[in-house]
Design a protein around this ligand. Structure first.
Ligand SMILES: [Zn+2]
Length: 231
């Protein structure tokens, strides 16, 4: 397999190009451009969340745990929560991903299973599209596109090259285990496609004003007055 740094370097280079393209053609501001570029770099690492190599795995989960809750901010702002309540949710999201999800992944995923597949690539893109809330769907698609570009770069690299630290590419033996549509496990394949359908359905049915994923938490009476100050 291409190693952690090989994937990361590729993701950063692609992210820079993707960000530049967004600024040039999409006229997006620097915040959007850097975020999408960063997502490309994260996307390039994401398939190896199924890896059993402890150190890169912990780094990956820390990174994903820190970044993904931040995409909830637009939703949290709309939901009328106070800043403190929003921070609790963001920090809780980090803990759930960094410790809870990591433990689940270690137990249930197989390296080069369905995480290295085309449906997983689509799931990653749709997850970003659904989590990142914005009235402008093109912005959401741009973010999702960054994620998928990075993810695709990982699959292609895994499929063809093993990039060692000296940067010398060499052919590897496990050809055909990354860019695939199904795995040998029917359960993993089934769960993967079910999740894909669910996320695709959520993205398809979501309307601007009537968002099914919108977090509706009613503030308590005591904090209602405080909430009038927007954060
Ligand atoms: Zn991989």
């Amino acid at each position: 397999m291409a190693n952690f740094y090989g994937h990361f370097t590729t993701g950063v280079v692609l992210g820079a190009a993707y960000g530049a393209a967004g600024a040039w053609y999409g006229h997006f501001d620097w915040g959007v451009v850097f975020l999408a570029g960063g997502l490309t770099a994260i996307g390039a690492l994401t398939p190896d969340l199924d890896s059993d190599n402890a150190v890169p795995l912990r780094e990956l989960f820390s990174l994903v745990g820190a970044i993904f809750p931040l995409f909830l901010i637009p939703r949290l702002r709309r939901s009328g929560l106070s800043l403190e309540q929003a921070l609790v949710i963001l920090f809780g999201g980090y803990l759930v991903i960094r410790y809870g999800l990591l433990a689940v992944f270690k137990k249930f995923t197989v390296h080069r299973g369905m995480f290295h597949s085309i449906p997983a690539l689509l799931i990653a893109g749709l997850a970003v599209y659904n989590i990142y809330h914005h009235d402008e769907w093109r912005l959401r698609a741009y973010m999702a596109g960054g994620m998928m570009l990075g993810f695709l770069s990982h699959l292609v690299l895994d499929e063809i090259f093993a990039v060692d630290l000296a940067g010398v590419p060499r052919l590897k033996r496990s050809f055909g285990t990354a860019l695939k549509f199904t795995s040998s496990s029917w359960l993993a394949t089934g769960v993967c496609y079910a999740l894909l359908l669910l996320l695709a359905g959520a993205a398809w049915t979501e309307k601007r004003d009537d968002d099914p994923f919108r977090i509706e938490i009613r503030p308590g009476r005591l904090t209602e007055g405080l909430l009038k100050k927007r954060w």
